[in-house]
Design a protein around this ligand. Structure first.
Ligand code: NAP
Length: 300
């Protein structure tokens, strides 16, 4: 079998188009422009790239983008004061504090200072609790993107066996909650899981969110299963020339694609969906804040 490739790049473009359509309606019919504030503390190069592309795509879908760049030695109290200002700013519907924060800051304290209704990353403890109890919440962007692709590919996921490899708060745990919400039978695997290969072989859906290059080989994959590869790992690529690198996922793409029914590539799979879902969450937050109907198909 050769798997269907789930094209995250194309899917993300469709999500952004939907977001753009909803933004245009909010402007035209209600005079409201959704606004996303992104806060970056310090000069971590990867974070700078993420923040830049978030800002660019926010503007592209017609929303207002507010960027706040703070020095690496900013006091935690000053960051909390900025968050308080953004919480109270009616032009700001979504707030994202780019992680990781410098070591002198308490990430939990900072994230939990964001108004949960504006917490477009879905990391606030209230949103975690709401998701865990099956209530309306802001859903973390990466798992939301994975779920959108799974729903699009399968329609109903009810009764399917799903294995999520990884139990982080930003991917593994919320992914498992979402799949449970879809009535999958969910197993969460992690570094202490015994016989991981056997666990994965049971799965109709495998979501790999580990951060170990190509650790899932094709012979762990049940024939016809759907493989969602969240991992983004940079490895040496001497075949491309000296000192060159390339990106790979947590799954060994070629061998998994031989067994799977469908698979997301790396790059071009889950990655592009994450920013698209951030924009979707912002437009959802804006609609909720104004008591307007939520955009269809952009949230859980
Ligand atoms: P993380 O916080 O480091 O969590 C990794 C998880 O993998 C942990 O739960 C860990 O188990 C588990 N693990 C480690 N080694 C394992 C092994 N040998 N067998 C089974 N499980 C193992 O990572 P994360 O933030 O969730 O990110 C995971 C990957 O996704 C990374 O490559 C990251 O770059 C990528 N990512 C991509 C996007 C995107 O937009 N596409 C977004 C976020 C993350 P323990 O809990 O037992 O330590």
């Amino acid at each position: 079998m050769t798997a269907t490739v789930i094209d995250g790049k194309a899917f993300a473009a469709r999500v952004r188009e939907k977001v753009g359509g909803h933004v245009a309606r909010l402007k035209q019919e209600h005079g409201i422009t959704p606004g996303l504030a992104v806060v970056l503390v310090g000069e971590d190069p990867a974070s700078q790239v993420y923040v830049r592309s978030k800002g660019k795509m926010t503007v592209e879908v017609g929303m207002n983008s507010y960027e706040h760049k703070l020095d690496v030695d900013t006091a935690e109290a000053d960051l909390l004061a900025l968050i308080d200002t953004l919480n109270n700013d009616p032009a700001v519907h979504g707030i994202l504090v780019q992680l990781p924060l410098p070591k002198h800051m308490n990430e939990d304290l900072v994230i939990n200072a964001i108004d949960p209704a504006k917490d477009v990353d879905g990391f606030h403890i209230s949103n975690v609790g709401l998701l865990g109890t099956g209530q309306k919440s802001m859903v973390p962007c990466t798992p939301l993107g994975c779920l959108m692709m799974l729903r699009d590919h399968h329609g109903s996921l009810s009764g399917m066996d799903a294995v999520v490899i990884g139990r982080s708060n930003i991917v593994g745990k919320p992914m498992a909650q979402l799949l449970l919400g879809e009535s999958c039978t969910v197993t969460i695997a992690h570094s202490r899981t015994k016989d991981l290969a056997d666990v994965v072989r049971r799965a109709d859906i495998v979501v790999a969110a580990v951060g170990r290059p190509e650790m899932v080989p094709g012979d762990w994959i049940k024939k016809g299963a759907t493989v969602i590869d969240v991992g983004i790992n940079r490895i040496d690529a001497p075949e491309k020339g000296e000192g060159k690198t390339r990106l790979v996922g947590d799954c060994h793409y070629d061998s998994c694609a031989e067994k799977a029914g469908a698979i997301t590539p790396v790059p071009g799979g889950v990655g592009p969906m994450t920013i698209a879902c951030l924009l979707a969450n912002t437009v959802t937050a804006c609609s909720r804040a104004n008591g307007l109907p939520e955009p269809e198909g952009l949230t859980v």
